[in-house]
Design a protein around this ligand. Structure first.
Ligand code: KIV
Ligand code: ZN
Length: 386
């Protein structure tokens, strides 16, 4: 079956860095951009060039160094932002300007523009961006709380003014999956010229639905997902790159779309982003959490030792891990203990294993995890009859 391609637009260095406390240094940004480029991200949103001298320099340098990815910068809906953005991204072999304005009633009130004035601003700024760059993305911020008729109107204006990608942000993580799919589907069916552009989805995770909403948007017709490594981003974060990419890989049976991501590079970049941003990954985070491929309970460990598919729907190697981990704790059983001891070079007779197992359970009741050194000590104690 030929699969439609879904473009991966990574905004770790822009929306991700907007997380309070996640600021990265210039060198760290260059390193992350190189890893993103190398793993096959299609578009890297490298920063917000007008925001600071540092952001401008980082975007310019990333643009100069990128080997494969399109390099994008963010700009508000004014000429000064757009010019500054272009000055930074123009060094890339494939540059993109991403300009946006808040279109919902709450957001229209901020610059105090009425609907017509805002429509005119969108027309003028997208036209200006397109005169500089032939790859222009436009976003109606807070699209999911914008009136339907007005959303159609401004999307049409942006397309006519030359936008090549229309991004539909769920800025405050308000939408739900069925609605997300429906919104994109209806926009594509309704807005003149929609077939000539790519629709993108940009979801935030305030209700924990960012990944589901992004995938639903793809089912509705979006062909670009905006996301960040580890789901880094404002408040509860953005859609996590590793989640949407692995969901599309594993559930190709119901979502026949492909990405260009080399998934084996996921774990390394996840760890680097956690380190440089200072945002540790929660243990039970999908795909990249410490426990995502770990099994402690006896039933699960026994199953895993017999057939890894019993409790794993993806191979740890496919996300860059060397294998499954079977940490030993109080829920673990004899099979995992025997396997662990064998890996440590101990081949115990059944009665010896039984003795060590009793000591192991006793220790595990007092300790969260029993490590290799603990086990070796238990075996030696057993041998010396202590
Ligand atoms: O969440 C949002 O609406 C954004 C826009 C700037 C695209 O990040
Ligand atoms: Zn955002």
């Amino acid at each position: 079956m030929t699969k439609d391609k879904v473009l991966i637009f990574d905004t770790t260095l822009r929306d991700g860095e907007q997380s309070p406390g996640a600021t990265m240094t210039h060198a760290e940004k260059l390193e992350i951009a190189e890893l993103l480029d190398d793993m096959g991200v299609d578009i890297i949103e490298a920063g917000f060039p007008i925001a600071s001298e540092g952001d401008f320099n980082a975007v310019s340098e990333i643009a100069k160094r990128a080997k494969r990815a399109t390099i994008c910068g963010l700009a508000r809906a004014n000429y000064k932002d757009i010019d500054r953005c272009w000055d930074a991204v123009k060094h890339a072999a494939s540059p993109r300007i991403h300009t946006f304005i808040g279109t919902s009633p709450l957001h229209r009130a901020i610059p105090n523009l009425d609907m017509d004035q805002m429509a005119e601003r969108i027309h003028d700024t997208v036209t200006h961006a397109r005169n500089l760059c032939d790859n222009v993305q436009w976003s109606p911020m807070d699209a999911t709380r914008t009136e339907w008729d007005y959303l159609c109107r401004v999307v049409e204006i942006a397309i006519k003014a030359g936008a090549t990608t229309i991004n539909i942000p769920d800025t405050v993580g308000y939408t739900a999956p069925a609605e997300s799919a429906d919104l994109i589907k209806r926009l594509i069916a309704t807005v003149p010229g929609a077939d000539d552009v790519i629709f993108a989805t940009h979801c935030h995770n305030d209700l924990g639905m960012a990944t589901a909403n992004s995938l639903a948007a793809v089912i509705g017709g979006a062909r670009q997902i905006e996301c960040t490594i580890n789901g880094l981003g404002e408040r509860a974060g953005n859609t996590a790159l590793e989640e949407v990419v692995m969901a599309l890989k594993i559930r190709g049976d119901i979502m026949p779309y492909e990405t260009g991501i080399d998934t084996r590079k996921i774990m390394n970049i996840s760890r680097r982003v956690a380190t440089v941003s200072g945002f540790a990954v929660q243990f039970n985070k999908a795909i990249v959490g410490k426990n995502a491929f770990a099994h402690e309970s006896g039933i699960h460990q026994d199953g895993m030792l017999k057939n890894a598919e019993t409790f794993e729907i993806m191979r740890p190697e496919d996300v860059g891990l060397s294998g499954t981990s079977l940490p030993l704790g109080k829920h673990s059983g004899r099979a995992a203990l025997r396997a662990k001891l064998a890996a440590l070079g101990f081949d115990l007779a059944d009665n010896q294993l039984n003795d060590v197992f009793v000591r192991f359970k006793d220790l595990a009741d007092r300790k969260k995890e029993v490590f290799d050194d603990d086990l070796m000590a238990l075996v030696y104690q057993n041998e010396s009859g202590e």
